[in-house]
Design a protein around this ligand. Structure first.
Ligand code: KAL
Length: 259
């Protein structure tokens, strides 16, 4: 058993730019010899994702659109993946969205539409993709599904609001999906990353305060990087993690244990 992913194929959903956690994961998996397939949301992202994918040491670059609010499109994308590669060994789901105006002030002001949107994109999408993978028998040799969560789903984090409620739903989904897919040797886990300056975090009120508090209070007294999250994803994708499912691993310099 080792960390090599030579001969294995993974789908990465959610690369936006080089600061993306999904990109950190891509680099770790690619260095370990994995073949990667990327999906992106919306034409705006396509160029970036293609450029980044091309910069990796991959034999072939597969980049496909996937709007995860559209079940028919999810099915089409994963059927395309099946046609191209036959089967996959893992999936990194790094997708979240909430309306910016609802990531500030009182959670109480969340609208029904904003609530549904945040949950549809940030939580249900994992279940939708997992179901398509199972229905298409895409992980026929077993596999590892990894999603990204955040502490704000376990406890109150200022301004995280409806995203916190969506992450709590995502965390519960990880457990139920792990139970459903265990019989097919598919493991489902989450990584709870500390705050990282990604495009998602850009322009969100109070983010600098969260970074500062993390550096002051986390046992390691520092922030974490995309690379550190990527290496944890690599571990979860590898056979070394074969006994782990339904779990959340915090990659946050120990911050969640404080306070
Ligand atoms: C407590 C933290 C500070 C920030 C509070 C809320 C963060 C919410 C994350 C959420 C995913 C951000 C958005 O949906 C932003 C969106 O409304 C506008 N941005 C975009 O559309 C950009 C262009 C695209 C690329 O972004 C997305 N998401 O599609 C939380 C911090 C400390 C940790 C974070 C940032 C956690 C997290 O969930 O990302």
């Amino acid at each position: 058993m080792n960390l090599s992913l030579e001969g294995k194929t993974y789908v990465i959903m959610g690369v936006a730019n080089k600061r993306s956690i999904a990109w950190g994961i891509s680099q770790s998996l690619s260095k370990a010899g994995a073949k990667l397939i990327f999906t992106y949301a919306g034409e705006r992202m396509e160029k970036n994702v293609r450029q980044l994918a091309d910069s990796l040491d991959q034999e072939e670059t597969i980049v496909l659109p996937c709007d995860i609010t559209d079940d028919a499109e999810i099915e089409k994308t994963f059927q395309d993946i099946k046609d191209k590669v036959g089967h996959i060994d893992g999936l990194a789901h790094c997708i979240a969205f909430a309306n910016k105006e609802e990531l500030d002030g009182d959670y109480l002001n969340t609208t029904r539409d904003g609530f549904m949107l945040a949950h549809s994109i940030s939580s249900y999408s994992l279940t939708a993709v997992a179901k398509v993978i199972r229905d298409l028998d895409l992980m026929k040799e077993g596999g590892s599904i990894v999603t990204m969560t955040y502490l704000g789903g376990e406890r109150i984090v200022k301004n995280y609001n409806v995203m916190g409620v969506a992450k709590a739903s995502l965390d519960a989904s990880v457990q139920y999906l792990a139970n459903d897919l265990g019989k097919e040797s598919i493991r489902v886990n989450a990584i709870s990353a500390g705050p990282i300056r990604t495009l998602s975090a850009k322009g969100i009120g109070g983010f600098n305060d969260v970074l500062q508090e993390m550096e002051e209070k986390a046992p390691l007294n520092r922030l974490v990087t995309q690379e550190e999250v990527g290496d944890t994803a690599l571990f979860l994708m590898s056979d070394l993690a074969r006994g782990i499912t339904g779990e959340t691993i915090h990659v946050d310099a120990g911050y969640n244990k404080v306070g």
